[in-house]
Each structure stands twice: as C-alpha cells, then as structure tokens.
Unconditional design. Structure first.
Length: 119
C-alpha cells in the first residue's frame, strides 16, 4: 500500500513564506507525477501545482510567480515553496500522486496540512 504524508503547514502572516513537503512511502511502486491541491474554507478543492517525473510543472494562475513546486525522485517527494502568502491562500493543502503499483495505476491523496495566513 502506498501512502502520502505531508508536513510543513502552519500559521504565517501575510507576505510570509512556507514550504510544504510530501513523501510517498510503501513498497513496489513508481511515481508518475505528484502535485498539490488546496481546499479553502467553504470551497471546493482546487489545483495548486503539479510536477511530472520528468520535471514538467504546471501552476494554477493565482500561484504562478509566488509558488514553486519541486520534486526529488530518489525520495519520491514533492515540495511546495510558497512566498508572498495572502490571506486567500488559507486552506487545507493536499498532496496528490499518480503511482503505478502491482500492475495498476492509482491516484492517491495525503491527509492534508492546514495553512493559515493572517492579515
């Protein structure tokens, strides 16, 4: 069974920075791509950024220029550096990954980490 574990959330003032980390663990798996989504209070879950195994990245428009996604293939890990944070970035941030394991491809989610940006 493959699992994702996030870390790095917390409370920060507007204009500050946070770095989120997520690592996939388990046995007999490979990662196709990983990414970050977020769910603001009272809203639906939305894309933040994704990164493929080959390093190609994709960002939602409101994070571009402020957020940077990066990955470490050796550790099956993905990171999200968030700068110039705004109160509207407050959300639960979820790590997501598409992995291949035991002959099938599955999409998995981490439990989420809370990011709160105060004004």
């Amino acid at each position: 069974q493959v699992q994702l574990v996030e870390s790095g959330g917390g409370l920060v003032q507007a204009g500050g920075s946070l770095r989120l980390s997520c690592a996939a663990s388990g046995s007999r798996f490979s990662v196709n791509f990983m990414g970050w989504y977020r769910q603001p209070p009272g809203k639906q879950r939305e894309l933040v950024a994704t990164i493929t195994r080959g390093g190609n990245t994709n960002y939602a428009s409101d994070g571009e220029g402020r957020f940077t996604i990066s990955g470490d293939g050796a550790k099956n890990a993905v990171y999200l550096q968030m700068n110039s944070l705004k109160p509207e970035d407050t959300a639960v941030y979820y790590c997501n990954a598409e992995v291949r394991t035991l002959g099938r491809t599955i999409n998995i989610w981490g439990p989420g980490t809370q990011v709160t940006v105060s004004s």
